[in-house]
Design a protein around this ligand. Structure first.
Ligand SMILES: [Zn+2]
Length: 366
């Protein structure tokens, strides 16, 4: 059986999925793209009532039910008002650092279509020396859509509550090995989930379980989609594919984020929302070593993932996070390594292939 390979066609899908607008609670455009891409590889498609989509692949046994999940929502904003002069005010959806926002282009999705704008504040010429030293707060920023009055903005279709997302084209870097774009957190993880499904179905890969590849909603506002997805899937074990902080960025110490780009996916040993089942963690490490898949161990002291909810489903479910080291998350442009993405998909696929009922039960035996 041939091992998983990332194709140009799949990468093209990932690029367009990353460019789509989908802050938490406004994921339909992205979900429709995933549905079109992955439905043909699924035996069934389930949607929970919060919005997450779940693609089912039947294996040789009904149980264990193995959930592989990545979230499709991104950090963004919503419109809070329009000024008399024709500027749009906004509030963040998810965690943003003000310093990465000014002079960035954004798209507002309105009933009439998408409106391009730029995030602005008072120009440097008018700032006092003291003001220049300070980070401009979001409540002092505006989106300029190029209008000259409130009426013009209303005419464009902009209303209070409309979602706003970064505008940022998906590109390969000059090295050809890394990719740049927005919403890598966590469309890379959602992509991992559906690629495992595609690999299984296209390659006729056997698996002793039922695979549920889920693309979840509303992670960035408190892991909300994961909560309802658990109930829709009734999983016995969960693997969450997420971006992990790449520490090979000036200013980050190894003890803060040990992972580096190009050195393999991470196995998250600890984060603020979950301490993984230790047997499952060791199992994933063994599979990576057995298959010769490079991996890195990581700790995310602050921040959580969908696994934070999924491991608490019912009486508790063994869960693990596989990370894709990514630079500059929660900004307009993140950077990740194509080989890490490919190896994350390989690792998840190899783990799922081995998750039979006895193995999953052994994770919780004392
Ligand atoms: Zn995330």
């Amino acid at each position: 059986m041939s091992e998983y390979k990332l194709s140009e066609e799949s990468l093209k899908f990932l690029g367009s999925a990353c460019e789509a607008i989908g802050p938490s609670g406004f994921e339909d455009e992205v979900l429709r793209m995933f549905k079109e891409y992955a439905s043909k590889y699924a035996d069934a498609v389930i949607r929970d009532n919060l919005g997450s989509l779940i693609f089912v692949a039947e294996g040789s046994a009904e149980r264990p039910r193995v959930l592989v999940a990545g979230h499709v929502d991104e950090v963004g904003f919503v419109v809070t008002g329009i000024t008399k002069e024709g500027y749009v005010t906004f509030t963040p959806v998810g965690g943003w650092f003000e310093q990465v926002l000014l002079a960035q282009r954004v798209l507002i999705r309105t009933k009439k279509g998408k409106v391009m704008g730029v995030i602005t504040s008072k120009p440097p010429h008018l700032l006092t020396p003291e003001e220049r030293q300070k980070v401009v707060k979001i409540d002092q920023m505006y989106i300029d859509v190029g209008a000259t009055s409130e009426d013009e903005v209303k005419e464009m279709g902009v209303r209070i509550g409309d979602p706003i997302a970064p505008w940022s084209p998906f590109t390969k870097s000059a090295t050809g090995k890394t990719i740049m774009g927005k919403a890598f957190d966590d469309r890379l993880g959602a992509f991992v989930a559906v690629e495992v499904l595609r690999y299984f179905k296209q390659g006729g890969v056997q698996h002793p379980n039922t695979l549920f590849a889920a693309v979840t909603v509303q992670e960035e506002v408190g892991l909300r989609g994961a909560q309802t997805t658990g109930w829709a899937v009734d999983h016995d074990v969960a693997i969450v594919a997420e971006v992990d902080i790449a520490g090979d960025v000036p200013g980050i110490k190894p003890r803060e984020a040990p992972a580096k780009l190009g050195k393999g996916p991470t196995i998250v040993t600890y984060d603020a929302s979950m301490i993984p089942n230790q047997r499952l963690k060791e199992f994933v490490i063994e599979v990576a070593e057995e298959c010769g898949i490079p991996y890195q161990l990581s700790v995310v002291a602050r921040g959580g993932t969908d696994a934070g909810r999924l491991h608490l489903y019912k009486t508790g479910r063994p869960s693990i996070v596989i990370g894709i080291p990514t630079r500059h998350i929660h900004s307009h442009v993140s950077i990740a390594h194509v080989e890490d993405l490919e190896n994350a998909i390989r690792l998840v696929a190899e783990v799922v292939k081995r998750l039979d009922s006895g193995t999953v039960k052994s994770f919780t035996v004392l």
